[in-house]
Design a protein. Structure first.
Length: 322
């Protein structure tokens, strides 16, 4: 260990404070005193033993997330490891992403650690300031002192957008429920190649039973888009139903791209163009983080999982008559 004078100069502190800190580390048996005039030795701690099973609360964005295969796998693997892993009774959607409601839920939930799915910046900032360790499962987490993981969809989304532009599409609309929670999202890549983003390209809608449908009605009533990029599979099927009711064909009249994969796409014809990412690294990262928390190891590392654009039969040339 460097001496008191060297440490005081490096840290910009006085000698007395540094000496007191070194003595405290000796009491904690992290340093070994070798006598006057000799440097202290650093005692490398043995691998800490886990404190025991943890109670891990999973606060997802909405009930749809609870049915995802990787969400179920995370819960099962944590239970197999001896922990108690449970989904909260309310989701972030139920709480309207309201910080007061979220804090009330946390206060009334007995948990040692939290996994939060697709949360807003404000919510993740609050969790990162709490005593209980927390993990950002997707969400606007960049730059925050909180562990996290999620797919890196930006390159794949840019590739999908460029492909639509090559096919002659100019009226491209992206539906993203979390977009209003994530200013500066990669969705703004639609602005490349001269396509400026606007409320038309990135519409906001009321997130309720009729909000998505009402937004589609408004979009197609005056200047119909020729391509839709939709963030979640359930909304893709809702859009297909909407288009079928109006006699609009995919991809002849409207092209569709989903920003996520779905096992239901395997039975779809034409095949659905979508962005694919492997969920295995996401699951592994969460399990690793929980293991670190159980061993009292600090872990705020954020990782990204590569994603790729999978062309499908739901995209085609832009209609000339539009």
């Amino acid at each position: 260990m460097p001496g008191v004078h060297a440490l005081a100069g490096e840290l910009g502190s006085n000698h007395g404070t540094v000496e007191a800190a070194l003595r405290l580390l000796e009491k904690q048996k992290l340093l070994i005193h070798q006598g006057p005039g000799r440097s202290r030795l650093i005692r490398l701690p043995r691998e800490a033993k886990p404190d025991g099973p943890l109670k891990i609360a999973i606060l997802d964005y909405d009930p749809l997330g609870l049915t995802e295969s990787y969400a179920i796998e995370v819960q099962h693997r944590l239970i197999e490891a001896g922990h108690t892993a449970f989904f909260t009774r309310q989701c972030l959607h139920d709480l309207h992403m309201d910080l007061k409601r979220v804090s009330r839920l946390v206060a009334n939930t007995e948990a040692d650690a939290w996994i939060i799915g697709a949360a807003s910046r404000e919510v993740l900032e609050w969790f990162s300031s709490q005593t209980a360790p927390s993990f950002a499962w997707f969400g606007n987490r960049q730059g925050l002192p909180i562990a996290g993981v999620g797919p890196d969809k930006k390159p794949a989304l840019a590739k999908a957008t460029r492909r639509l532009i090559e096919l002659g599409h100019r009226r491209i609309v992206l539906f993203h429920r979390q977009l209003q929670e994530m200013p500066g999202s990669s969705a703004t890549d639609q602005a490349v190649h001269g396509i400026a983003t606007s409320p038309y390209n990135l519409p906001h809608w009321t997130d309720n039973k009729t909000g998505f449908y009402d937004c589609l009605v408004k979009l197609f009533s005056v200047t119909p888009p020729t391509a839709l990029i939709i963030d979640e599979a359930p909304f893709v099927f809702a859009a297909l139903q909407f288009l079928a009711e109006r006699g609009l064909r995919v991809p002849k009249d409207v092209s569709l791209v989903c920003m996520d994969g779905s096992p239901f796409f395997a039975n779809s014809w034409p095949t659905v163009a979508h962005i694919h990412w492997d969920t295995s690294p996401v699951v592994r990262r969460i399990i690793q983080w929980v293991n670190h928390v159980a061993h009292r190891r600090s872990d705020t590392r954020q990782t990204l999982t590569p994603a790729k654009f999978i062309p499908g039969g739901t995209i085609g040339p832009a209609p000339k008559y539009r």
